[in-house]
Ligand binder design. Structure first.
Ligand SMILES: C[S@@+](CC[C@H](N)C(=O)[O-])C[C@H]1O[C@@H](n2cnc3c(N)ncnc32)[C@H](O)[C@@H]1O
Length: 456
């Protein structure tokens, strides 16, 4: 197909869709042009800045016809910071967009056209929801700064307040930055691989108000460690755990493999519904506790437990879904690849007084087939994989184990669609319902919970 647009030329086009990172998709003679800040339903004037074989990138020059869903983005660095992509879209518009993203992925990638995708369950107040901040540290004019990366770059924006972050976390990050600066700590510099402090990571328990600080350093040496610990304790009494994580590598991955509690407890506590969780620095824990309750509530509803079922929770993290379901199941088996998370899961089972759970560290695609060989039968299998979705071997094992219900919790509609296509291919399972839940308001991330039922 000949490319119908030319670099540096101007066009007027209608915007039909949004990409997952929030750019509008305009079309000229059917040819897609990605235009940051343009919204579906708008007609825009744009300048082509780059062309590729199958698409182009454009700059928004003027909104000719504005979408009724357009709002003023409240954050002063929206568009510059890479954290949020959808602040210029009304919250109602965001929820509709997320529902349509799931429908579209199921149809285009999975060939699944007749599936009910429910309206997205959103938040009453879609701000200040995050319970975890991981903030890179840099230097500007000789001072330490802690902020966020500019979109598609490693330049830092010095930012005191992030509008989707719990305010106590914002204050703690800036407080710890100030304390580190007072003791002459230097920021790690990616270019020279010199300096000490790479990231300040903080977490809070919404119900307990406990906070954790993780100082990610390049080496084990942290000058003035005792003074830094004392000052954090004095200034932030709700901090119950201070952890040092050492990451000596030239890498974008935030945490290294060495983690040491340098003061206080190993974990902080949070609760979802009436289940308590202790969470350590390395463990995955959902970042939006209000919506986690909604998401897990949906998983529980889909599982239709009566007290007699055996459940497998694959990719179980610290056992959150497992324990949520254990209240109404005969037995829950959980598997997770991070050993520290499994230790947390076992302790969390004891903390809540459950004796009907078994947790094992390992890859779900290896541990679950081994359980099947040992004769463990599952009535319900829950999967909540990372963005890349389920491993093929696990999908095959699930089909072989033939549970009555499969509950698939997904943070990536594309891999969800791919995996649901595999699970329904032979006709043994039917997708009964798909429920998007907005875990990440103001961003393009889409989470949903799906129910598959065996056709008997
Ligand atoms: C999206 S999180 C879900 C965790 C948990 N269900 C929750 O809601 O808190 C995915 C989890 O899968 C784990 N994981 C990644 N690959 C895995 C694998 N091959 N086998 C088992 N767990 C894995 C990650 O460490 C992470 O804890």
């Amino acid at each position: 197909m000949a490319i119908p647009v030319e670099k540096n030329k101007f066009y007027t086009a209608e915007v039909h869709d949004l990409t997952h990172d929030g750019a509008g998709v305009a079309k000229v003679e059917g040819f897609p042009i990605f235009v940051p800040n343009a919204l579906p339903g708008e007609t825009v004037s744009l300048k082509i800045i780059k062309t590729k074989k199958n698409y182009a990138f454009g700059r928004l020059m003027e909104i000719v016809e504005q979408s009724p869903d357009r709002v003023d983005a409240p954050c002063p660095v929206f568009g510059e910071c890479g954290g949020c992509q959808l602040q210029h879209l009304s919250y109602e518009g965001q929820l509709r967009y997320k529902q349509s993203q799931v429908k579209e992925a199921l149809s285009r990638i999975g060939g699944l056209n007749d599936i009910t995708v429910q309206p997205t369950l959103g938040m009453e107040d879609p701000w200040a929801y995050r319970n975890k901040a991981q903030v890179p540290v840099g230097e500007r004019n000789g001072s330490l700064i802690a902020g966020f990366y500019k979109q598609r770059s490693h330049d830092l924006i010095d930012l005191d307040v992030c509008m989707i972050q719990d305010q106590s976390n914002d204050a703690l990050v800036q407080g710890v930055r100030g304390i580190a600066e007072a003791y002459g700590i230097r920021a790690y510099d990616e270019a020279t691989h010199k300096g000490t402090l790479r990231h300040i990571l903080v977490r809070n328990g919404r119900q307990s108000s406990e906070q954790m600080v993780v100082l990610v350093t390049k080496s084990r040496t942290l000058p003035n460690k005792a003074n830094i610990i004392r000052d954090i304790q004095e200034q932030f009494p709700q901090v119950v755990s201070i952890v040092q994580n050492v990451n000596p590598k030239r890498t974008n991955v935030i945490l290294g493999s060495h983690t040491e509690v340098i003061w206080g407890k190993e974990t902080i506590r949070d609760s979802i519904d009436d289940v308590d969780f202790d969470i350590s620095a390395q463990s995955f824990y959902q970042v939006n506790p209000v919506q986690t309750d909604v998401l897990y509530g949906k998983a529980l509803e889909y599982a239709e437990l009566t007290g007699n079922e055996t459940v497998i929770d694959a990719y179980c993290g610290i056992g959150t879904i497992s324990l949520f379901l254990a209240r109404q199941a005969k037995h829950v088996y959980g598997v997770e690849i991070v050993p520290e998370a499994i230790e947390d899961a076992k302790k969390n089972a004891v903390l809540n007084g459950f004796s009907n759970t078994t947790f094992e560290a390992g890859a779900a695609e290896e541990v679950i087939p081994a359980w099947a060989k040992q004769g463990i039968h599952a009535d319900v299998i829950v999967v909540d994989p990372p963005r890349k979705g389920c491993d093929d071997a696990l999908l095959k094992t699930m089909l072989d184990m033939s549970p009555k219900r499969i509950v698939y919790v997904s943070c990536n509609p594309a891999t969800l669609a791919r995996d649901l296509a595999v699970l329904t291919e032979g006709g043994a399972y039917e997708v009964k319902d798909v429920q998007p839940v907005d875990m990440f308001p103001q961003t393009g991330h889409v989470e949903c919970c799906s129910l598959l039922v065996r056709k008997d």
